[in-house]
Design a protein around this ligand. Sequence first.
Ligand code: NCD
Length: 293
Amino acid sequence: MQHLVDTDQLSLRQIRAILDDTARFKAKLPPPLLQDRLLITLFFENSTRTRSSFEIAAKRLGAHVVHLDPGRSSTKKGETLEDTFANLCAMGPDGVIIRHSENDTPARLAEMEMVPVINAGAGSYAHPTQALLDLYTLYEWFEGDLAGRKVAIVGDIVNSRVAASDIRLFRRMGIEVSLVAPKPFMPPATDLPRYERIEEVLDDVDVIISLRAQLERHKKPIFDDYAEYAHHYCITEELLGDRGILIMHPGPVMRNIDISDEILDDPRCMVLDQVRNGVFVRMAVLKLLLLDS
Ligand code: NCD
């Protein structure tokens, strides 16, 4: 049974198949390949893009989707998550899509080997479909020529599951990653090049991935004043000048803290392209896990 806890479970061939299927689905919607399959989504953390993107992807392939609202579920009555999951599996879904604040939840449920488990974001550990859609966005822009491209990840890297998954996947694909963050946002142990100021990498990168401060994961406030943080880390017109650097962000964007209003409207900004690609990438992932594996 194939799960997607993080992209390291996928072979390079499978990653290439996802990129190819994504491009095909984007060019022309496929027939309902997952007609009458059933997926359950189980989101223990807030989500705008990821949950609706999975739902739209599933429906575009002809599958049905049932959402469980964990706020109203029996885990609130003391049932363990494993028991809730086993009960849902007893109803015969073809896959469960889960988001949770703890790093190891998708892996624990996947180990039960009841249905394919798809991680839609786990703690600060992994967000594999975001990494795949980020990869696809680069793959499309650079026309398949990814090796040696230079990506700087800027912001709250240590608390970001998107950064964690992007770093693992991008390095595997030969993309060079560097990290830019103030000390409290920088992972302590990494062999990647680290910088404190964006200006240090600006003349040497093809892409900047900006990240939101993951306030919900900070035990106590890290900065009193995000205006001061923005002064150094916000991606602005003044900072970029006429450099042809692509700007990406997984959303939600904190306007004028992560990225300025003008850059959000600039053709170099890929934020909505990422969201658009996300649906097709998730269609490709669902096809791979439910049909091809
Ligand atoms: C991210 C997440 O939840 O990990 N958003 C997303 O899924 N696109 C990033 C974030 O919340 O900052």
